[in-house]
Ligand binder design. Structure first.
Ligand code: XLS
Ligand code: CA
Ligand code: CA
Length: 437
């Protein structure tokens, strides 16, 4: 099948010395690293929206890349787009994809026209999945682009908008189930506010929780066994979004008793927009038992918005993979490239080169994370740093078996405590040594 990207061959592993642009230098799908194949460790996924739909339009200019796939008629274009996606996944050896409802079939004039289009394309996708052995990592509904959602969807002040969003969610979860998806994402693009002068924040957040509970109950009823995810993001498009970061989202999930069904989908660029590192957000998810899935990209730290660039910073991918492995690795989740080529990377080949760059950067990150784990130095350092908690009163305190008086007596009986050095610079240089030796 080489209909839509005739200039691109199947991308194969050729090793780090190879300079052919259409090869993987580090991603060798079936090579086993830390007990699992790279394919299983990384679970790469294609994002339908950036890859097959977005044409490069920005605030100042129109599309720079043609994504018509040879058709202008809506129905033919919808099918061609899906076929192009499967050709791309085949050539890159990607096993999973993620989609919004409006990515797989453009919205119609009415709800029923939109749903009809979705039903039609779901049949096509189901066949393509079967033929090419591909799976849905997660589905979602776009409840932020249409003007009806300008004040939010689940948090809209209008009940009619809320109900419309519920209808779209119901359909999107049905499609996700039909396509065997193992996840469903809530990214609350417009679920936030511009000014508190017109906003009842408490009521809006309550409404969001009600909607999520209704979706969970319905999805379980129709057989969805996968994970729901909240994808935190602090801002853009809204000035302030309710799912600001991992900690804020976890607080919401706990407050409304949704943690049993939800995990987090952590996106690299959203983490940095929230003033955190990617690794920080992954760690917060993991220590709360809510590590689920990852949207991989990188931002430009000189810009204040979501640039969704393909990840190439190997320090970041290494430390991210280290967090993912320490969190137990992926179960229902995976690593979705929520990333788009730059506007001036305007040929279809650039999309492949961008995926190769991102996949190789994570593959190299996995190789280096394995070196760090096998070396054991960092783990040992951290273990030693907390070792005073491992026995005697430290251990009793962790187990909840001490009183404040016990601690005060202990402190009084001991000398002034001497804190030990954190040795950050030494650790950083040793990390370099482990990574590059
Ligand atoms: C936007 C989000 C979005 C979600 C899915 O910034 O990353 O693409 O992943 O709605
Ligand atoms: Ca995302
Ligand atoms: Ca994003």
């Amino acid at each position: 099948m080489s209909k839509y990207f005739p200039n691109v061959p199947n991308i194969e592993y050729a090793g780090p010395k190879n300079r052919d642009k259409f090869t993987f230098k580090y991603y060798n799908p079936d090579e086993v690293i830390l007990g699992k194949s790279m394919r299983e460790q990384l679970k790469f996924s294609m994002s339908y929206w950036h890859t097959l739909v977005a044409g490069g339009t920005d605030m100042f200019g129109r599309d720079t890349i043609n994504k018509n796939y040879g058709y202008t008629d809506v129905e033919a274009h919808t099918v061609a787009k899906a076929e192009a996606g499967f050709e791309l996944m085949n050539k890159l050896d990607i096993d999973y994809y993620c989609f919004h409802d409006v990515d797989i079939a453009a919205e119609g004039e009415t709800l029923s026209e939109s749903f009809k289009r979705l039903d039609n394309i779901t049949l096509v996708l189901k066949d393509l999945q079967k033929e090419h052995n591909k799976k849905v990592l997660w589905g979602t509904s776009n409840l932020f682009s249409n003007p009806r959602y300008m004040n939010g969807a689940g948090t809209s002040p209008s009940f009619d908008v809320f109900a419309y969003a519920a209808a779209e969610l119901k359909k999107a979860i049905e499609i996700t189930v039909e396509l065997g998806g193992s996840g469903y994402v809530f990214w609350g693009g417009r679920e936030g506010y511009e000014t508190l002068l017109n906003t009842d924040m408490g009521r809006e957040i309550e409404h969001m929780a009600i909607l999520m509970r209704l979706v969970v109950d319905y999805a379980r009823k129709i057989g969805f066994t996968g994970d729901f995810y909240i994808e935190p993001k602090p801002k853009e498009p809204m000035k302030h979004q309710y799912d600001f970061d991992a900690a804020t989202s976890l607080n919401f999930l706990r407050q409304y008793d949704l943690l049993g069904d939800f995990k987090l989908n952590i996106e690299a660029n959203h983490a940095t927009l929230a003033g955190h590192s990617f690794q920080h957000e992954l760690r917060v998810a993991a220590i709360n038992g809510a590590f689920g899935s990852v949207d991989a990209n990188q931002g430009d730290l000189l810009l204040g918005w979501d640039t969704d660039q393909f990840p190439t910073n190997v320090y970041d991918t290494t430390l991210a993979v280290l967090e993912i492995i320490r969190a137990g690795g992926f179960t229902n989740g995976g690593l979705n490239f929520d990333a788009k080529t730059r506007r001036s990377s305007s040929s279809p080949e650039d999309i492949f080169l961008a995926y190769i760059a991102g996949m190789d950067s994570f593959a190299l990150g996995l190789r280096l994370a394995a070196k760090i784990i096998e070396d054991g130095f960092l783990d040992e350092f951290v273990k030693e740093r907390y070792s005073s908690w491992d026995a005697d009163l430290g251990a009793k305190t962790e187990a909840g078996n001490v009183s404040l008086e016990d601690l005060a007596d202990y402190a009084a009986a001991n000398e002034e405590p001497v804190p030990s050095s954190g040795r950050q610079e030494y650790l950083e240089s040793t990390l370099n040594q482990i990574m590059f030796s």
